[in-house]
Design a protein. Sequence first.
Length: 186
Amino acid sequence: MGLSPERSFIAGAMMFQNMVFSNHTQFGKPVGRWVMMLECKPAREDQYDKFFRFIENEDPGYIENAMRVMKITWEELRYLFRTVGEVWGIYFDDELAGFYWIEKRQNVLHLHALVLKKEFRRKGIGTWVLNMLEDKYRESIDAIELGVHKSNEVGISLYRSLGYRTVKVIEDLGFWIMKKQLTNRV
Ligand SMILES: CC(C)(COP(=O)(O)OP(=O)(O)OC[C@H]1O[C@@H](n2cnc3c(N)ncnc32)[C@H](O)[C@@H]1OP(=O)(O)O)[C@@H](O)C(=O)NCCC(=O)NCCS
């Protein structure tokens, strides 16, 4: 059975446990799984507020920067979050790890947010999500675009490592627009 683009396996660290038998110790018996399941599912109605709180809890500065750039209030952003584009939950072995928020405008996919809970970071999940979006939308879009605050070194490093380039700098707000061109059509 094939996997949909939003579903994949990634290699996990094999877990070992020392197992003690009557006269000897056997090392290195694998007791965990070799792979982890990564999966994205559209946000359920009851998850929107939860995801919104993620941003507050996991990275309070992140949303404030975005709101300054968009010149909107908290309530307006909450409304946009529910009504514009699509929000997807990211699951790591069935556990909610974070979410992303995208919007397709003509031939460009806008990534409005990608947020992982702290304990799920630095495992390659952000990279996997961005690669998955490229694969999923390659046929229907020409580029992926996003905004990032210049102080977000982690985000910038992630996007750069995947080939995103800064195409616009909003100087007074310290915001960068980064883009990855997927085709030569534009
Ligand atoms: C940004 C974010 C989505 C990255 O996701 P992630 O799954 O942790 O990233 P990955 O494990 O795929 O890492 C990919 C690359 O990003 C960079 N990176 C990730 N975490 C980093 C860290 N703590 N320090 C430095 N670079 C880091 C590295 O270049 C890394 O490649 P490497 O592991 O080969 O060095 C995650 O840190 C997050 O949710 N941050 C808070 C919200 C946010 O800032 N979102 C982006 C706003 S535009």
